[in-house]
Write a protein that binds this ligand. Structure first.
Ligand SMILES: Nc1ncnc2c1ncn2[C@@H]1O[C@H](COP(=O)(O)OP(=O)(O)OP(=O)(O)O)[C@@H](O)[C@H]1O
Length: 368
């Protein structure tokens, strides 16, 4: 296997007594789009700053293609950063902003610099903007200049710290497509920071879900959405119904006072667990056909689905995304498939979770 381009080995960061990174182990491969996702203050920016060389790790190793770079200064790392506030120079035009990092190198002629700037501006669809002043640009265009300024340096890794947060919803969505497209065209590694789970799901090859200085789970968007490791991840990534339950035995789980067939195995008999059922995996049906009976409390039309809140006999609240409307106060059945029940062990580590998943997938293969 080839060396990951970046590897953080048990990185800890302390400011005085406060530990803001509590042992981060992550690997980034060449040419992939990675996202650090987590709530404000969980340590995302600190990880970027340590990779960029603006901040030292208190403990642990930072490796670039296998070499330890903890002591390498920021300007010697093949890493560039796009900041949230763009950090452009307002008194300079677009060309001078984009070429700013190239000029002190003195290795390029004026013509080479012009070619590189033109190429970078073309990549971010700002052809012909070189002579514009920064103040004459929209927010989205300024964002593109910031990206052009970073990619003109030909980095191996681009770090992006919430680069879309200042844009309105429509422009933000357009830029999500563009950034993803740019990453694929350039083939360099992107490490993107956001606290917006939809953005992370839409853009990434791999997501690191963080909370309180730790990576709780890493994986593809589909893996993380379908198999959240714990309550925090399930709740943070999309909407969920999360309930306490008991794993009666392999492929049988009990919650809300009933026992249901499920697709999980490999836990202790009667182990306490948490259950996740996604709103889009629940169907409303007749009371007779339902696995549970609920009463509809309220509904909102959301364009492509109805968001329904219902309550069961034990006063548990259920969030359901349905294609058809229901009537408030109506008693209906709720149904779901065994494989839509996601069972989460309490306090499971990511390594334990991966081992359990692997065992379960092996068993599935043997069965089929
Ligand atoms: N220079 C510093 N001195 C002391 N504490 C700091 C310093 N820089 C960051 N912190 C603390 O470290 C923690 C992590 O900060 P960080 O900026 O990495 O979080 P984040 O996940 O990027 O948050 P946000 O999404 O709000 O930008 C926070 O509690 C922050 O207050």
């Amino acid at each position: 296997m080839t060396e990951p381009i970046i590897r953080l080995e048990h990185v800890i960061k302390r400011y005085d007594e406060t530990e803001v990174l509590k042992g981060i182990d992550i690997e980034l491969e060449q040419g992939k789009f990675y996202t650090l996702l987590g709530p404000s203050g969980c340590g995302k920016t600190t990880i970027l700053r340590i990779i960029a060389g603006f901040e030292d790790a208190t403990e642990g190793n930072v490796r670039f293609n296998g070499d330890r770079i903890n002591d390498l200064s920021a300007n010697k790392r093949q890493v560039n950063t796009v900041f949230q506030n763009y950090a452009l120079f307002p008194h300079m035009n677009v060309h001078d902003n984009v070429s700013f990092g190239l000029r002190p190198q003195k290795t390029f002629s004026k013509q080479e610099i012009n070619e590189k700037v033109t190429q970078a501006l073309n990549s971010v669809r700002l052809k012909g903007f070189a002579d514009r002043q920064i103040s004459e640009l929209s927010g989205g265009q300024q964002q593109r200049v910031a990206i052009a300024r970073a990619i003109v340096m030909n980095p191996k890794i681009l770090l992006l710290d919430e680069p879309l947060s200042a844009l309105d919803a429509k422009l933000r969505r357009d830029m999500q497509y563009e950034l993803r497209d740019l990453q694929q065209r350039l083939g360099i590694t992107f490490l993107f920071v956001t606290h917006d789970q939809e953005e992370a799901l839409a853009m990434s090859d791999e997501i690191f879900v963080m909370n309180d200085g730790r990576v709780l789970q890493s994986g593809s968007p589909v893996d993380i959405y379908d198999e959240p490791i714990n309550h925090f991840v399930a709740d943070f990534i999309g909407e969920s119904n999360i309930l306490n339950g008991t794993m009666v035995k392999d492929y049988e789980v009990a919650f809300v006072g009933k026992t249901f067939e499920c697709a999980d195995a490999g836990m202790r008999p009667n182990e306490p667990v948490e259950i996740v059922l996604r709103p889009e995996d629940l169907d409303i049906t007749t009371i007779d056909a339902g696995k549970l009976t609920v009463t509809i409390d309220s509904q909102l039309f959301r364009g492509d689905y109805y968001e329904i809140v219902a309550t069961d006999a034990d006063h548990n609240e259920w969030l359901v995304h349905a294609t058809n409307p229901s009537e408030e106060g109506q008693r209906v059945g709720l149904t779901f498939d065994p494989y839509d029940i996601h069972v989460m062990r309490l306090h499971e580590s990511e390594a334990d979770f991966d081992a359990r998943l692997e065992k379960y997938e092996d068993a599935e293969e043997t069965q089929s």
